[in-house]
Design a protein around this ligand. Structure first.
Ligand code: ADP
Length: 345
């Protein structure tokens, strides 16, 4: 296996088990997002990969070579943090040149490479600007250029956009993706923001309590979360306890909101997810749900409708352009169970 591989890696700090048997890989040219709540071990994983800390157990390899004896500066990896700490007394050019000068590259090569990456991040002609005279987004681009300049074989970005406002972050996410793609840069992008992870990564690894719960391409993870943790973390919160029973030898889901055919599901108790994007307003689904609209919130092209039914609060997303229900009014929704229902045992 080419690229980076973590195999059953453990790391504890005193009583805290920061990494608990984590395994994942990053193929050459791939952008992997490590997605998980604060404290799940994302930064610890990066510190181990960078060689700033050593694992208690487990292997970290690059192109199948064990990295355990390799010091940080010989790993050829780059890091970019949220607190990117540009040197305030240097201009943009010198900030980007820093690593190249440390590597004692000849002057003309430094100049060529710095100008190349400044152009790549959309800052051609900004080289002689003082970094304090740059906007937050521009400073972020300088930091990205600085980490790309030495051509790291792996670039690790730890919540790099965390300190920026939402609009700027959204714009930079797609720029960063484009820049990394263009350079075919192998990268790990750490974030607790699922939208950022989905927008940026080729593959997402959802972490919880020091290990990976699920990894796959963004669409696959969103369509098929493997357990309640992943579903909840992705905001798929319409979860309810139920049971699959055989009726006339066919599996049927018995839910607080009614019964539905459950083809392929095994009998037994389970937690069910009712997908927020699968509610139908035209009554065409076989699973019917009558409730009361308790809240309506617009999110641009989508509108989230919170419905109270059978003692549950359930959220559904509709296109804002659709005819929408009114707050406080009764509502009748229906679902195609094969699209709308998922069970976690
Ligand atoms: P994340 O990056 O996902 O927020 P971290 O890797 O920073 O998570 O932390 C994982 C766990 O390890 C947390 O409980 C954190 O408090 C703990 N931890 C991380 N670094 C240290 C450290 N140097 N000393 C003690 N505990 C640490």
């Amino acid at each position: 296996m080419q690229g980076l591989q973590l195999n059953d890696v453990y790391k504890s700090y005193g009583e805290t088990q920061a990494l608990n048997g984590i395994s994942f890989q990053v193929a050459p040219g791939e952008i992997l997002a490590l997605l998980g709540p604060s404290g799940c071990g994302k930064s610890t994983a990066l510190a181990l990969i960078a060689g700033l800390e050593a694992p208690d157990r487990g292997a970290i390899t690059w192109d199948e070579h064990d990295l355990s004896g390799v010091p940080t500066h010989l790993r050829g990896f780059g890091l970019m943090f949220q607190d990117y700490a540009l040197f305030p007394h240097l201009d943009a050019f010198e900030n980007v040149a820093f690593g190249l000068r440390m590597a004692r590259l000849p002057q003309e090569q430094v100049a060529r490479r710095v100008n190349e990456v400044l152009e790549l991040v959309g800052l051609a002609g900004f080289g002689r600007r003082e970094v304090q005279a740059l906007s937050g987004g521009e400073q972020q681009r300088v930091a990205l250029a600085r980490s790309l300049a030495p051509r790291p074989r792996l670039l690790m970005l730890d919540e790099p956009l965390g300190s920026l406002d939402r609009a700027l972050r959204e714009r930079l996410v797609s720029d960063v993706r484009q820049i990394l793609r263009q350079m075919r840069q192998t990268a790990i992008y750490v974030t607790h923001d699922q939208e950022e992870a989905f927008a940026l990564a080729d593959r997402v690894a959802v972490m919880n309590a020091g290990r990976v719960e699920q990894s796959g391409d963004p669409q696959q993870i969103y369509r098929q979360p493997v357990n309640v943790f992943v579903a909840r973390f992705l905001g798929l919160s319409n979860l309810m306890a139920g049971e699959v029973r055989l009726v006339d030898s066919r599996p049927v889901a018995f839910l607080p909101i009614g019964q539905a055919p459950a083809p392929g599901m095994s009998p037994g108790k389970a937690t069910f997810l009712l997908r927020p994007d699968a509610a139908l307003l035209d009554g065409s689904g076989t699973l019917q749900l009558a409730g009361q609209v308790v809240e309506l919130s617009f999110r641009g092209n989508l509108c989230r409708v919170v419905v109270s039914a059978h003692g549950l609060e359930l959220s559904f997303d509709f296109l804002s352009s659709a005819p929408l229900p009114t707050e406080g009014q009764p509502i009748q929704l229906s679902f195609d169970p094969t699209q709308a229902l998922q069970a976690f045992s």
